[in-house]
Design a binder for this molecule. Structure first.
Ligand code: ADP
Length: 494
């Protein structure tokens, strides 16, 4: 009998990837296709929707080829995607009416300002768990209605479809117009408590309801792929935004479990269980997933500059020749020599939310070496994540049980140990680094019975390495005191 597999489509900001997993959650084939970034003006970022689709389909075929299997061995497809990126297309022809407006794009900053001036921030926070920022889809859609002639009238006549990237892929794969609550909860239009598009918000933002996709559980039947795509019909049964999919892929199923992705920036999510927790520390409240039995919620925050500080040391400062060298240098000294680097190159995210602050280095002496500087840079990634995770603990009201880590910089063992030490919590690395894609695969596979239940998924999650806190409390307190002073001096400079 032929073996069966689950295909995860991982549609990211710079590339489309497809990964095939077997029942043990092991990767058996992968393909990655990069695509173009469009920068029409400073601060604006777009993608060509057709390129997103074509690169994703090509990646899927490539993964099947790499795994040397037939398409009829694929039991189900799960989708995970760059979140918040906004698309509109014609219901009759399926043709996009504009480029995809990418999550990073700041073009709707003025619209956000106007909405804030109308006093809508509190209502938005209460209903959606989000802040009025151009990052999220809603004001990008408003921008399209304001700028593209005739668009609103067409939307009102029901001639257009809006979607985030998951919806676009589901539409092209199956013809259905659908999304899941993890993606819907990033639009500013979705009430995360009631689980529906919010009529009051739609009215305030002047968005016709006819343009919105149907929202259904993250693990459910989204449709069947057209036969022309893979030669066979395959059900699409999983869908979640990338960060939520990673939380699921890490099997963070219990409230209090958190994941931290150490990439260019850090994306941190903590499972808060069946209730949305309102943050008092500038964190977002979001839907973690919906398995069809009510929502699981998460608190979310991000560190803007994490791995990017290591890139900066390499590319701008010329202090290291590759990222891995940072670990060797950091280990060559006992400590950072009282040097603290605050890499607030583009402001600071939660819990600070200070967009004006810029980077600072404090504590330099005649004895400071390159190794101290590099170590301080690595430590800054852990300090920032620590601040975020402590804010989550305060909002949640109890300690985080463990941090599951992934992303490029999680390969740095020095950083992971320092993170465990400075946070005083266990940090665990998984055997399979592809947690985002794995999360989408699990959501899809659970629906079709490829995996029986969450217990089976949990058992599949194998740890590669664990880092336990070893630092003495008085040393940790001293370091944190210095870090806080460094952050204060950075913030008082501007
Ligand atoms: P993204 O998905 O955001 O592009 P990745 O997960 O691919 O990021 O991680 C890349 C980032 O990780 C880069 O910013 C790089 O500087 C950093 N990085 C990679 N390897 C290491 C390492 N050994 N030590 C520290 N940082 C690293």
């Amino acid at each position: 009998m032929k073996e069966h597999y689950v295909l995860a489509l991982d549609q990211g900001t710079t590339s489309s990837r497809a990964i095939l997993f077997n029942k043990s959650g092991v990767v058996i084939g992968v393909r990655q296709i990069p695509f173009n970034q469009v920068f029409p003006k400073p601060g604006w970022v777009e993608h060509d929707p057709e390129e997103i689709w074509e690169s994703q389909l090509k990646a899927a075929h490539g993964a099947i080829e790499a795994a040397q299997i037939e398409a009829d061995q694929i039991t189900a497809i799960g989708i995970t995607n760059q979140r918040e990126t906004t698309l509109v297309w014609d219901r009759a022809t399926g043709k996009p009416v504009y480029n995809a407006i990418v999550w990073q794009c700041r073009r709707s900053a003025e619209i956000c300002q106007e909405l804030r001036a109308l006093g809508l921030s509190e209502m938005v926070r209460e209903k959606t768990g989000l802040v009025l920022d151009p990052y999220f889809s809603g004001t990008k859609l408003m921008w399209l209605f304001n700028e593209v002639p005739g668009l609103r009238a067409r939307a009102e006549r029901g001639e257009l479809m809006f979607g985030t990237v998951d919806t676009w892929l589901i539409y092209r794969l199956t013809g259905e117009h659908k999304t899941d609550p993890t993606n819907a909860s990033r639009t500013l239009l979705f009430n995360i408590k009631d689980g529906c598009w919010d009529k009051e918000l739609l009215k305030q933002f002047n968005i016709p309801e006819a343009i919105l996709p149907k929202v259904q559980p993250s693990s459910s039947n989204f449709g069947i792929t057209g036969k022309e795509l893979f030669g066979v019909e395959i059900p699409v049964t999983g869908c979640a935004g990338d960060q939520q999919a990673a939380l699921f892929g890490h099997a963070c199923f219990e409230p209090g479990m958190a994941k931290n992705t150490y990439g260019t920036g850090c994306f941190t999510l903590m499972n808060t269980g069946a209730f949305p927790v309102r943050s008092e520390h500038n964190l977002l409240t979001t839907v973690a997933w919906d398995l069809g039995k009510g929502y699981t919620y998460a608190l979310e925050g991000s560190v803007f500059i994490a791995g990017a500080v290591i890139q900066w040391l390499r590319d701008q400062m010329g202090l290291i020749s590759d990222a891995a060298e940072s670990e060797k240098l950091a280990r060559s000294v006992e400590d950072s020599g009282e040097v603290f680097l605050v890499p607030a190159f583009v402001g600071m995210g939660a819990p600070y939310w200070d967009s004006d602050v810029r980077g600072t280095v404090v504590g330099i002496t005649r004895g400071t070496t390159k190794a101290h500087f590099v170590r301080a840079a690595l430590e800054s990634i852990a300090y920032q994540s620590r601040d975020l995770l402590v804010a989550m603990e305060k909002d949640f009201g109890r300690p985080i049980s463990c941090i599951k880590a992934d992303g490029g910089a999680s390969l740095n063992n020095f950083l992971m140990q320092f993170q465990a030490d400075i946070l005083d919590r266990r940090v665990i690395l998984p055997e399979v680094g592809e947690t985002t894609a794995l999360g989408a695969a699990y959501l899809a596979g659970l629906k079709v019975g490829y995996w029986e239940n969450l217990k089976e998924v949990e058992l599949n999650w194998r740890k590669k390495r664990e880092f336990n806190p070893e630092m003495a409390a008085d040393r940790r307190d001293k370091l944190l005191e210095c870090w806080e002073k460094a952050v204060s001096s950075a913030r008082s400079y501007h």
